[in-house]
Design a protein around this ligand. Structure first.
Ligand SMILES: [Zn+2]
Ligand SMILES: [Zn+2]
Length: 433
């Protein structure tokens, strides 16, 4: 992301001495000129077609030998034919979507075809005619993006972008192997072993880890933001005797502060599954997924269902319009962080009272991101809670929640207390001797 220097602009208006007087009102907003004509229709988003035209739904063969047994080879990040060991990969998605336009020139809303609106009436269950033997093979895209024909053993894959959210524009393949993920999970749990619930310790089977592709919208944006508020600079500090004690008083100058920032954001990552976004902390601890961000989304490649063979996936159920408010929230907090540096002079702090965001342009790409998940179900009176340990499938970053045994925590705290008391006793004895 690049941002022009904000600097203490000419917009700081000095106050007049003691800071208790009412602050000046916020600056006037641009006046709306009353108009009789109808509001213009909102501009339709531009679309970039990312469909992988080299692939169809059904049998897709190895370009070398014609086999359909293809999967991701994690160590190279390439697709490998299990029959002839030929390796290849799909093209990176980024140049396909961004083209030649620099982020600063991005205008309007551009939505890649894999991120287009989901039609609720489109079924996620697809029936494919196997071109190997002619029989019909059913793929439930909620669970898998490929299936093996029972009759001729060919693997059939879903590659065309059906409007049910199951086929994104791009996929970021796993580059952390299952063994590495397993080691990270064991280490994470090992450090917390002392406090962990007995059931967790006895039932700990990290071998149950599963590789999941989770749906995200990856967004580039070109925006401007404006914030208004009041900053205070201390000018004096003194104490006054009130009754039998002293109270500290401050004098401060109050300034009306305004900042404008133009900025671009590259590859902001926002989840596009409602279930995951509205996570209920009492039922599960899905929010840990956000703590293992970021992903190197610039390395995502064009869709090929073979990248998912052996992994599970969760389909996107949110449209761009539903995620837009989340994007705006994140853009505003980025703007506030950007102006922070120019606020140092206000040693008593700045209170923001109004803000305004203009998104000049945004570009949306639907992407599957790789996560290794170990889950542990903890039954309790309220129906139970699922705990997770998650490993970023690209960086190995690991985070999770482990059910805690309250009794063990208390015992541990008591043990520390006893040691401290013992030390004090030894020290007192030392003094006496
Ligand atoms: Zn082959
Ligand atoms: Zn067949």
């Amino acid at each position: 992301m690049s941002v022009p220097p904000a600097g203490p602009g000419p917009s700081s208006i000095p106050g007049e001495g003691f800071g208790t007087q009412p602050p000046p009102p916020p600056p006037p907003q641009p006046q709306q000129v009353p108009q009789v004509q109808q509001e213009p229709e909102p501009a339709q988003p531009q679309q970039v077609n990312t469909a992988n035209t080299a692939l169809q739904d059904g049998v897709n063969r190895c370009p070398k030998c014609g086999s359909t047994d293809i999967q991701l080879r994690v160590s190279t990040g390439m697709l490998v034919c299990l029959f002839c060991r030929h390796e290849w990969s799909e093209a990176k998605i980024e140049p396909m979507v961004s083209g030649e336009v620099p982020l600063w020139d991005l205008t309007g809303t551009t939505v890649a075809s894999g991120a287009s609106d989901i039609s609720p009436e489109v079924s996620g269950v697809m029936t494919l005619k196997c071109s190997g033997c002619g029989s019909e093979v059913v793929v439930n895209t909620a669970e898998a993006m490929s299936s093996r024909c029972h009759w001729c053993r060919h693997v059939l894959t879903i590659n065309e972008q059906i409007p049910n959210g199951a086929v994104p524009d791009a996929v970021l393949p796993f580059s952390i192997t299952r063994d590495q993920a397993l080691a990270n999970i064991k280490q994470f749990a090992g450090k917390r072993q002392v406090f962990a619930h007995k059931a967790f310790r006895s039932g700990f089977t990290p071998e149950n880890v599963v590789g999941v592709y989770l749906p995200y919208l990856v967004i580039d944006a070109n925006a401007s933001a404006e914030v208004w508020g009041q900053g205070e600079i201390e000018t004096a500090r003194y104490t006054r005797k009130v009754g039998d004690h002293e109270e500290t008083y401050y004098n401060a100058d109050v300034y009306q502060v305004q900042r404008h920032v133009d900025y671009t954001v590259d590859d902001l990552t926002i989840e596009s599954s409602a279930e995951r976004a509205n996570m209920n902390a009492f039922v599960n601890t899905n929010n840990i997924i956000n703590t293992i961000l970021p992903f190197d989304t610039e390395n995502a490649v064009q869709w090929n269902a073979n990248y998912l063979v052996g992994y599970t996936s969760e389909r996107r159920d949110q449209d761009v319009s539903q995620v837009e408010p989340v994007l705006e929230d994140q853009l505003l907090s980025i703007a506030r962080a950007q102006v922070e540096n120019s606020m140092r002079a206000y040693d008593r702090g700045v209170r923001w009272e109004a803000e305004h965001l203009d998104v000049h342009g945004s570009r949306w790409v639907a992407m599957y991101l790789p996560v290794w998940l170990y889950s542990f179900y903890q039954p309790n009176n309220n129906g139970g809670m699922v705990h997770y340990i998650a490993v970023n499938g690209r960086t190995g970053e690991t985070m999770g929640s482990v059910p805690v045994a309250q009794a063990r925590l208390i015992t541990f705290a008591l043990a520390i207390g006893v040691v401290v008391e013992a030390l004090v006793l030894v020290m007192i004895l030392g003094v006496l001797l």
